[in-house]
Design a protein around this ligand. Structure first.
Ligand SMILES: Cc1cc2nc3c(=O)[nH]c(=O)nc-3n(C[C@H](O)[C@H](O)[C@H](O)COP(=O)(O)O)c2cc1C
Length: 356
């Protein structure tokens, strides 16, 4: 395959967020309950320019909550730039939480959540509910910027309610004036949650409205789509959320496409080894409790295997990580056997994968 004239590392732009410079603009989106240290680590080792933590309560962080600080664990040798996302509503509390995130959790960026549509969060006036008062949003940013000592970014949505139309343009100008170093836009309304489609034309419009970097987030399913979005939307950075679940190599493939025009396929062996590593990292971090969360995580890596449904049932019944990993190993070993005898996997597994 000929390498295009753009085929050099130089064609991957860096991304500057205030004083912090990222090697590339492909970022792991914050996902509550998912983007813990093992998840971020795997994505970073596969080339992600940065990863954002799951959202942490500003109130808890302002009180130096031990559990919250544990949730934000990171190894600075691997995570060069840690972006800690916080949610809250009171400017003074958000400011103190931003300071603690930087000084105690090692954040090199503090990201403010003005996006979350979860009912519990919105009802208590946090996350997406903040969009009902854009002056208040600016006051929060101003206070956090003064206290954090590191760049402060904001992740937000088009507006609160589609009936009111997009408020993002006025909001973003206010946030820029208040000192935000970048804005991430997931272009849906808060009341839409994940319904409908992300409206990327708002990201293009926003990039033309403010002079700080705009990061686009929403509905990018493949590395090719992510690269095309970066090239065509005017966004300076791209966040990948759901598509990176069980696919940390997504980021490596984005870089490959930027450099050569082509992403290398992922072997079953790599999928297996990565799933195993993910499991071990989770076990290392949270101990035997990992078995519960692995019910979800292992499904990401195996969802395309024939017989995935019965594998899922079997893994969910196991309380112990070792037993879950035996099932995982057997499932991937069966693929190798199928490849070895030269038959297509589809031929061999028309039915369900027999489980030991
Ligand atoms: C399970 C889950 C949890 C999420 N948690 C957060 C969060 O804590 N903070 C936030 O700003 N966005 C959160 N998001 C939104 C994502 O960061 C992202 O903007 C959204 O999923 C759209 O991108 P995608 O289509 O690439 O997933 C979450 C999304 C999912 C699916």
């Amino acid at each position: 395959m000929p390498v295009s004239s753009e085929g050099s590392a130089a064609c991957v732009p860096s991304l500057k967020l205030g004083s912090v410079s990222l090697d590339n603009p492909f970022i792991v989106a914050p996902m509550a309950g998912l983007t813990d240290w093992p998840y971020r680590r795997l994505c970073l080792e596969n080339g992600a320019g940065m990863a954002v933590t799951e959202m942490a309560s500003a109130v808890a962080l302002a009180h130096h909550g031990r559990k919250t600080l544990e949730l934000l664990y990171s190894d600075p040798a691997i995570e060069k730039n840690l972006s800690v996302q916080i949610f809250g509503k009171d400017p003074a509390v958000m400011a103190e939480a931003a300071r603690v995130a930087a000084s105690e959790a090692g954040a090199s960026i503090v990201d403010l959540n003005m996006a979350c549509p979860a009912r519990k969060v919105v009802r208590s006036g946090h996350g997406g509910a903040l969009l009902k008062d854009i002056d208040h949003c600016a006051r929060i940013v101003e206070a956090a910027v003064k206290a954090a000592g590191v760049p402060v970014t904001v992740k937000t949505r088009s507006g609160f309610n589609p009936d009111d139309g997009p408020i993002i343009f006025q909001l973003a100008k206010n946030l820029e004036n208040a000192g935000a170093a970048a804005i991430t836009l997931h272009p849906r309304y808060v009341t839409e949650a994940f319904g409908g489609q992300a409206d990327w034309s708002l990201i293009t419009g926003l990039a033309q409205t403010v002079s700080i970097p705009v990061i686009g987030s929403g509905d990018l399913k493949t590395p090719a789509e992510a690269v095309a979005a970066l090239r065509s939307s005017g966004a300076s950075g791209i966040m990948i959320g759901r598509a990176s679940r069980g696919q940390p190599w997504f980021f490596r493939q984005c870089l490959q496409i930027m450099q050569t025009g082509l992403a290398q396929p992922i072997s079953q062996e790599e999928k297996f080894k990565t799933a195993l590593l993910h499991a071990r990292l989770m076990e290392e971090q949270i101990g035997p409790k990992a078995a519960f969360r692995l019910r979800t995580v292992l499904m990401w890596y195996t969802r395309e295997l024939p017989g995935a449904a019965s594998l899922r049932r079997a893994i969910c019944q196991e309380q112990c990580v070792e037993e879950q990993l035996k099932l995982l190993t057997a499932a991937f070993e069966n693929i190798e056997v199928a490849e070895f005898i030269g038959q297509s996997i589809e031929d061999v597994w028309r039915g369900e994968l027999p489980l030991p």
